[in-house]
Design a protein around this ligand. Sequence first.
Ligand code: APR
Length: 231
Amino acid sequence: MKKIVVLTGAGISAESGLKTFRDSDGLWEGYDVQKVATPEAWQENPQLVQDFYNMRRRDALAAKPNAAHYALAELENQYDVTIITQNIDDLHERAGSVNVMHLHGVITRSQSSINPLLTYPIAGWELKMGEVCELGSQLRAHVVWFGEDVPMIIPAARICQQADIFILVGSSLAVYPAAGLVNYVHYDVPKYIIDPKIPEINRIKNIIRIEEKASDGVPKLVKELLTGDPY
Ligand code: APR
């Protein structure tokens, strides 16, 4: 089975009602990310950080997968698909994708604030101060904050090296190390980019630009990959 690797960003969830990061003038849902998505913010005001992610979790749980998420899940019928997502929502899983790697964590799980390897499912939308891990430390959202390591980046790079087809959907490629993954895809592998504003990618060969929103561009590409009919 041919291997397809898909790297998704906030743009694939935009049509599910979840805001992107760089389309909203540098604020995330009205907050400066330095105040709610860094280890320093957690030290300074853990309740604000907890509340911020509780609101993100409530939004993510209320959102529904869109046609792009469902189309990527369909690819699994004929291909060995791995989805590497920068998103913390679980819309890929809810659309039926099985192999999903969350580079920046996933909001439906909590993690120990002293050992990031200890993660737990969160029932419902709210994680409260006072809820602790098995070591007795306060639980926080299982999300990689700015300035923290991205432990999944090495396995993600290895997977990109194995791709026969690479698809990038809805990412500005503004944040490393995730943005560097495209360099691990072999030069002769076709790299489809689906985004209404295709990000600048230099010195990469074999790029096919699809300047459309995800819910239009992804189903069309998936149909072509499944039936061989160029759309
Ligand atoms: N369909 C497809 N792409 C879209 C759509 C859409 N309907 N709407 C917007 N986009 C594109 C934008 O053109 C942009 O290229 O989605 C991309 C969103 O870029 P960002 O907001 O930078 O999101 P992302 O690339 O996922 O950010 C990466 O940065 O803030 C950190 O950790 C956070 O995971 C995030 C990372």
